[in-house]
Write a protein that binds this ligand. Sequence first.
Ligand code: AMP
Ligand code: ZN
Length: 493
Amino acid sequence: MTAPLHLFNSLTRAIETFTPVHPGEARVYTCGPTVYNYPHIGNMRAYVFADLLGRTLSWKGYALTHVINITDVGHLTDDADAGEDKLEKAASARKQSIWDIADHYTQAYWADVRALNIRQPAEWTIATKFVPQMLEFAESIADRHCYELESGLYFDVSTVADYGRLARTSTDEGESRIEAVEGKRHPADFAIWRKTPPGESRQMEWDSPWGRGAPGWHLECSVMSGALLGFPFDIHTGGIDHREIHHPNEIAQNQAYCCTNGLDNPANSGAKLWMHNNFLVDRSGKMSKSAGEFLRLPLLAEKGYHPLAYRMMCLQAHYRSELEFSWEGLGAALTRLKRLVMAVEALKSRTDAGIPADGWTQLKAHDEVGGTLLPLLARFDEAISDDLNTAVALTVLEDLLSLKKIDPAEKLTAVAAMDAVLGLGLLALTRADLRIRPKDAAVTEVEIEDALARRKAARAQKDFATSDAIRDELAVKGVEVMDGDPLGWEWKL
Ligand code: AMP
Ligand code: ZN
């Protein structure tokens, strides 16, 4: 009746059946953004994925505790130990307070989170609020696992078993791209505390047994995940780049802290499963934050694409596949979303039943959805339980919407249940929401509607010359009139 939940564990490189550490619960930690700049839409793919995972765990009936962190200190321009702190660098380049920068970009990130229907986690942990816990953690592992250099306190990766298993690298190999810090015992050793160089000061720095300075980025995630979820917790997520350095280093610290050994038992890593989304790639280079106009969510809206078209684009691909961005692809995702919204609007107009949009679990859906729709519900559950196969789940939703002769309230209940997992907000979205006017469009919506009303009147009088003239006028302004569109859209830009 309910399919077992199968998820891909990057640590074992195998599909595993999810079995929670604490019965009935699911505890998930997601590496959050470094708030020195706006997130690009590739970054947001990581959170759409984490949200989908959280929604799926809720669907399967687990009480979910999801934590996402905000990195406002410690992430260097290189993921290893080279370069400057990303936030310090942004603050000195812009002559602004680092706290203002962190706040500004955190707010921008949260706006994108809301626009993409990413559910609020149980907790947003802000790294700078956890410095005392970070010091405590570092002190507890310093004697046995760390050594001090002039530049800070370093973790000796040879002191834990199976270092680098997640990345499939070992202590001395695979990290050749990391610039050597003088005195490091192994190239893969990493700073867990970075001392402020003599004669310099940082906007963000704290006292420590190793001198004034700032925590390392890897330390933050170990500390915040352990403090809020307890080791071992269920699932740790991030983008696939984190599989190479950040997460292997977190794992090494967790092993050191928990006094556990090898990773043959994945739980010794601090989490039972490590899950990673693949990248959104853009061949035009617009994903780079150093490019002038990079691909941010608000830019999509400026060009006339609703943010949820991007969520749809993500859901059409499997989270472990690379996804190539193109405006055509985004347009196709928007069209698909429009079709769903139209079909749901039609259903809503045929029933007064107040159907809740969320709070759905597979069991609740099974109880409340009529018998004829249960096979579809089961197919949906199978798809989503198969390592989050959203591509198939979407086709099941479309099959549901195309069914004839089913009571609209019953159909809408099933839509609500499925969308609680997909998170497209289908019960709330309207056609009007999806019709966004690009920022540089030459006409306003009111002008378009007015022209269309005049055209309709002319056609009613059989004055086709005027009707055609209005159509041509609109075409010049970039508006295409869509007579006879199967979806009932009157125009598009
Ligand atoms: P950052 O703010 O750089 O720490 O990145 C935030 C999240 O976005 C991390 O989980 C990264 O792994 C992820 N990420 C970065 N670039 C991409 C991309 N192009 N596609 C998908 N995820 C990405
Ligand atoms: Zn992290």
